[in-house]
Design a protein around this ligand. Structure first.
Ligand code: ADE
Length: 232
């Protein structure tokens, strides 16, 4: 897979995508990630990327020309163009899985009050929000989406079952059960007996019950959401 990230602050994404599993995925050639400064696609002396909004109002709006130039430069037949914005559709595991099957992703990152809407109408395939809060910049959001996508590529996680058995995989209506490791007792706190029993049936049943308990406590909304997180 190839990924291009276009931003006025590409360095925001470089750190998180260069370390740990992402860094290894790049090093092993599973994905190539290129970072582009949107200002490199301006043509004026001041490298201006924003301007005042038509119709008035606070803040600045990102100009269309640099985004059009960037996409013209980077897009191929196989490209999918993603714009990160709090006005996008909520990012879920199903979208991560869908994007992980693409050959080439271009992430356009906004800043300021917004972007000239002709960018979204003419260039963008997916508008994505990573949650109901507003960041200063879409670049962090792009790094979050790239991480969620790249970890699903074959061979990126040590054990491909890790991504099959986790929260939001499968039908996406249950959180994972709690995990424990050694020691069996620590500071007077014991690991649940059943996990030490070696009884696979009992362990599977316990995990299912605990996953449901956690879902009821932390994310009851998931239970009524059948299919919403599901892989297409
Ligand atoms: N840019 C600013 N806030 C964002 C959010 N919540 N998701 C995606 N992009 C954003």
């Amino acid at each position: 897979m190839r990924i291009d990230i276009v931003s006025i602050f590409p360095e925001i994404a470089r750190g998180p995508l260069g370390a740990s599993i992402m860094g290894r995925a790049v090093g092993a050639g599973r994905v190539r990630i290129d970072f582009h400064d949107l200002r490199d696609y301006t043509t004026d002396k001041h490298r201006q990327v924003d301007d005042i909004p038509y119709g008035g109002g606070p803040g600045m709006v990102m100009k269309p020309e640099p985004f059009f130039a960037a996409v013209a430069d980077l897009r191929t037949e196989q490209s999918r163009v993603v714009f990160l914005t709090p006005q996008g559709t909520p990012f879920r595991q199903a979208k991560a899985a869908e994007l992980s099957r693409c050959e080439h992703l271009i992430f356009l990152c906004g800043h300021y009050e917004g972007v000239d809407h002709r960018v979204i109408d003419s260039l963008v395939d997916d508008e994505i929000s990573i949650g109901d809060y507003v960041l200063t910049n879409g670049t962090l959001a792009a790094a979050v989406v790239v991480d969620a996508v790249v970890r699903l590529l074959p061979g990126v996680l040590g054990d491909d079952r890790s991504s099959e058995e986790e929260s939001f995989s499968g039908d996406g209506t249950r959180l994972e059960s709690p995990h424990y490791t050694r020691p069996a007792t620590f500071a007077g706190l014991s690991v649940p007996e059943v996990l030490l029993s070696g009884h696979h049936g009992a362990i599977a049943k316990w995990r299912e019950e605990k996953g449901l308990e956690r879902t009821l406590a932390n994310r009851p909304d998931l239970l009524g959401r059948k299919g919403d997180c599901q892989e297409p």
